[in-house]
Design a protein. Structure first.
Length: 669
């Protein structure tokens, strides 16, 4: 425990000065006393007002972290700690935020919420211990340190530690200057100077009120930025009790207007079908669409209800004479197409796999055609037209396997025939991975971008800015699952299956006279994952379940492709257990280290300064928050901190938005 001087100098702290307006407060009658307290409290909002620019900047910084899966930690002691815990506790039920997204910590632990714990606030090292117990992540999480006096050692220690590991830090104090400000560990210092308290030193009063106002503003602002409201309506409400059901009905009627003609019972049935989600129910009512379509629209709009309605409204207004741009993400697992008019998204479609290398040119181009046709049919103004009949002003087709020269030439010819109404010079064709860095193109001060992909396979690409264009200059990995793909879903699944198969071999060799031996948690979970495909007579015939359609039953279709997909599916099992199982944790750690090695190889090849390099993460496996955090941690440890880290969630949408404002782009044929 870090020692603290027994003599604490409180002189100079505005909160410790005597308030000249209340020196006779003990002599007033009760009503006059209340009036005086109220007059003093009315000065608090004016103390918060000068802090608004800093509060706004803090909201933007914290919202960016939360959007990427990060958490917000609050730390404080006494009243400050209780207010932090209160704010953190109220966000999940108010906005349907995930449990644990906001974490409130008080010096002395939960016992200190209701009882004074002497000396707890003076332990500067305790905050690090408390934060580490919650596995604070410098790449994703943020910290708000609350101390009315601006000098609480517990809070000072927490801010120093959080800053050292890369967290954005916010300090909330009620004095100026403050020790927290002088420490230099706070990115956003919010000093709401409320002055002397009505009862000298009782910072639960005006200082506490100011703190509550600031915390309310920060957490509410973050939630609004996350799309948790529509206007001022709390649309991410979950209707879990009678009061909330009634509130949900009121919200639905306010949003739906004339479109919401349903009775209470009918609204309740819609809410039930929407899993209690008011936001999802609003989309189905206003747009008169299915739950599945509503979910897709919300996903494409990052959960922001206003964007869903804006896109839908624009779909109904766009003219068929409007210039259209088209982007196609033709990947190894699916093909997605989206086109835009000059103002908004108007068509989306999807189809099956479209990898030139594994499927051949004919099948891959057919998948592109099906996805684009579905996009055309999804828009009422283009519905009924054929792909070949629409002239797009620009097209970007990003195809898996296009880096094979023998296939690229034939693909170019077939795609030119498919899009015959579009001049060939306006058709850009690249590999699918070249679509990934698009969202980083707009970032300033970047010289290079590394795109790291981990799905069924794994690969890393290096892009350099040459003039106004970004050009791929190097790649590592991408050897396929037979030779590489370390760190991918396939590799994690393969390593876990090796573990399980070895344990099952030992299992069969055991003497069962004393009863059957226990399998490890990881092996049992893997067996349960494949249980529907195994024979009841051989419940642990895991190898047959992987290599065939069941125990001894041949698979249909592409045997190698189906087997690889089965093996990759085990990665989810491993990730789910990685917090509680050592074997799973080791596999995940090794996978993350392998991906970080790809980034390290690219750096070694080109002497990349990471301070001017963006890291773009993509692929199904890197959508998992825990694995992504592990990979980022490994990359930072091996190569240093990138200037920015972006996560690709919708590559085709990023691509089509990139195309629309561009005047020209170079083509690749």
């Amino acid at each position: 425990m870090t020692s603290i001087s027994s003599a604490v100098d409180l002189r100079g702290l505005q909160t410790e000065n005597r308030n000249p307006a209340t020196v006779d407060i003990d002599r007033l009658d009760t009503e006059e006393l209340c009036k005086l307290l109220h007059e003093q409290d009315c000065t608090v909002p004016a103390a918060v007002e000068p802090c608004l620019p800093t509060i706004a900047a803090a909201i933007d910084a914290l919202a960016d972290r939360v959007r990427r899966g990060g958490r917000i930690f609050y730390i404080g002691a006494g009243t400050s700690g209780r207010l932090g815990v209160l704010d953190a506790s109220e966000i999940p039920p108010t906005y349907s935020a995930p449990a644990g997204q906001f974490v409130g910590l008080i010096a002395g632990g939960d016992y200190a919420l209701r009882n004074a714990k002497e000396g707890a606030e003076d332990d500067k090292d305790a905050a690090k211990v408390d934060l580490d117990e919650h596995n604070i992540n410098g790449e994703l999480d943020s910290l708000i340190g609350i101390a009315s006096s601006g000098r609480t050692p517990y809070v000072q220690g927490g801010l120093e530690y959080a800053k050292s590991i890369g967290c954005p830090t916010v300090g909330v104090v009620c004095v100026s200057p403050s020790a927290i400000g002088k420490d230099g560990y706070t990115d956003y210092l919010i000093a709401a100077v409320t002055g002397p308290e009505s009862v000298t030193g009782s910072t639960r009063m005006k200082a506490g009120t100011a703190t509550k106002l600031v915390l309310n503003m920060i957490s509410t602002g973050v939630m609004i930025k996350m799309g948790k409201t529509y206007g001022n309506l709390m649309v991410d409400l979950k209707a879990t009790n009678l009061k909330l059901k009634e509130r949900s009905r009121t919200i639905l009627r306010a949003i739906g207007g004339d479109a919401c003609t349903q009775s209470n019972d009918e609204l309740d049935r819609i809410l039930d079908a929407c899993h209690g989600s008011t936001k999802l129910a609003a989309v189905t009512i206003v747009l008169k669409c299915t739950v599945e379509e509503a979910e897709e629209r919300l996903k494409n709009s990052n959960g922001v209800l206003a964007q869903v309605f804006d896109f839908a409204q624009a779909e109904n207004k766009v003219s068929t004479t409007e210039k259209l741009v088209l982007c196609v993400d033709a990947g190894g697992s699916s093909c997605k197409a989206q086109f835009l008019g000059e103002s908004c998204a108007i068509g989306r479609g999807s189809s099956g796999p479209s990898n030139l290398s594994t499927m051949g040119v004919n099948a891959a181009v057919r998948a592109v055609s099906e996805a684009v046709q579905e996009a055309i049919d999804s828009c009422q103004f283009t519905k009924g037209n054929r792909v070949r009949d629409i002239e797009f002003s620009k097209i970007w087709i990003a195809m898996a396997g296009y880096d094979r020269p023998s296939l690229a030439s034939e693909a170019n010819d077939q795609l030119a025939i498919l899009f015959r109404s579009t001049p060939r010079a306006n058709i850009k064709i690249t590999t699918d991975i070249d679509l990934l860095p698009v969202q980083a193109y707009w970032k300033k001060d970047l010289e290079k971008i590394i795109a790291l992909v981990s799905g069924t396979g794994s690969i890393a690409m290096l892009y350099e800015k040459r003039g106004t264009e970004w050009t791929r200059t190097a790649r590592v990995g991408g050897w396929g699952h037979l030779l590489g793909d370390d760190g991918s879903g396939y590799a994690i699944g393969r390593d876990a299956l090796r573990w399980a198969l070895e344990e099952l071999d030992l299992y069969r060799l055991q003497n069962y006279s004393d009863g059957q031996p226990q399998l490890s948690v990881l092996t049992r979970a893997i067996v349960e994952h494949f249980e529907p495909a195994t024979s009841s007579s051989t419940p642990f015939d895991l190898l047959s379940a992987i290599l065939t359609g069941g125990a001894g039953t041949p698979q249909s279709g592409s045997n190698d492709s189906q087997t690889a997909s089965k093996i990759a599916s085990v990665a989810k099992v491993v990730l789910n257990l990685s917090h509680s199982n050592d074997a799973a944790r080791r596999i995940v750690y090794n996978g993350a280290a392998s991906l970080a090695r790809l980034v390290e190889l690219l750096m070694q090849s080109d002497n990349i300064p990471m301070s001017k390099t963006g890291l773009v993460l993509s692929g199904g496996l890197l959508q998992n928050e825990d694995y992504r955090a592990e990979v980022v941690q490994a990359v930072v440890a091996q190569t240093g901190q990138p200037r920015i880290i972006e996560v690709v969630t919708n590559a085709v949408q990023d691509g089509v938005y990139y195309l629309l404002p561009q005047k020209e782009f170079s083509t690749t044929h």
